[in-house]
Design a protein around this ligand. Structure first.
Ligand SMILES: O=C(CO)[C@H](O)[C@H](O)COP(=O)(O)O
Length: 151
């Protein structure tokens, strides 16, 4: 899978580990930074990843922060993005099965590296369930279009 990935200063070390893991498992990874502990603002990194997913340059995106909360808010501002903040395997399966998430957000200050790898593996291998969830996603997309017209 073509995956684009980014992290702020809190997530860059975990990003490096996940990038190595993804590459070792046959994925093509586009690492958009950052690459150090120097403080950076996460919204532009989220925008870059999400726009790559929406325009098809990448099939999926992964974003890492300290808590991941702001990243999730930022990613979900991009039309067509369904970003889920996942701390455990159960919510990861829901994020894919029910929400068809196309961006995974991870909290580097919460997760162990081992659990982060398990979450990524689960997120990449869990299919969207469709059915009633497809109808709800269409309702979310309609809300997004409606809000876009009003601003
Ligand atoms: O997780 C995050 C946002 O949700 C960021 O990593 C966090 O807010 C950055 O804060 P600081 O500059 O204090 O490290």
């Amino acid at each position: 899978m073509r995956i684009t990935i980014a992290a702020d200063h809190n997530g860059h070390a975990l990003k490096a580990r996940l990038t190595a893991w993804l590459t070792a498992h046959g994925h093509t990874v586009d690492d958009r930074g950052s690459h150090s502990e120097e403080t950076v603002d996460y919204p532009p990194l989220c925008a870059e990843v999400c726009r790559q997913v929406v325009d098809g340059t990448a099939e999926r995106g992964i974003v890492l922060g300290g808590s991941g909360l702001g990243e999730t808010i930022a990613c979900n501002k991009v039309r067509g993005i369904r970003a889920g903040l996942c701390h455990d395997l159960w919510s990861t399966r829901i994020s894919r099965g029910n929400n068809d998430s196309n961006v995974l957000v991870l909290a580097a200050k919460v997760l162990s590296p081992e659990l982060a790898e398990e979450i990524v593996e689960t997120w990449l291998s869990t299919p969207f369930n469709g059915g009633v969830h497809a109808r709800r996603l269409e309702q979310i997309a309609a809300l997004e279009r409606e809000e876009g017209r009003q601003r």
